[in-house]
Design a protein around this ligand. Structure first.
Ligand SMILES: [Zn+2]
Length: 56
């Protein structure tokens, strides 16, 4: 498990709990459901994902 560059998604395919945050852990369960094609780089001024926080 490691920290990776922050990413987020704008895709409506994902629930708000996954979409309205950014992720920065490669083993985040919510982040892992976001397909590579739907990932965008950066935090987009969103709060950090709770799952990613737990993985610290
Ligand atoms: Zn996350």
């Amino acid at each position: 498990m490691s920290k990776i560059a922050p990413y987020h998604t704008d895709s409506p395919e994902y629930p708000p709990s996954h979409r309205n945050v950014y992720h920065d852990r490669d083993n985040c369960p919510a982040g892992k459901t976001i397909k590579q094609a739907h990932r965008k780089a950066g935090k987009a001024e969103r709060p950090r994902c709770n799952d990613c926080k737990k993985l610290d």
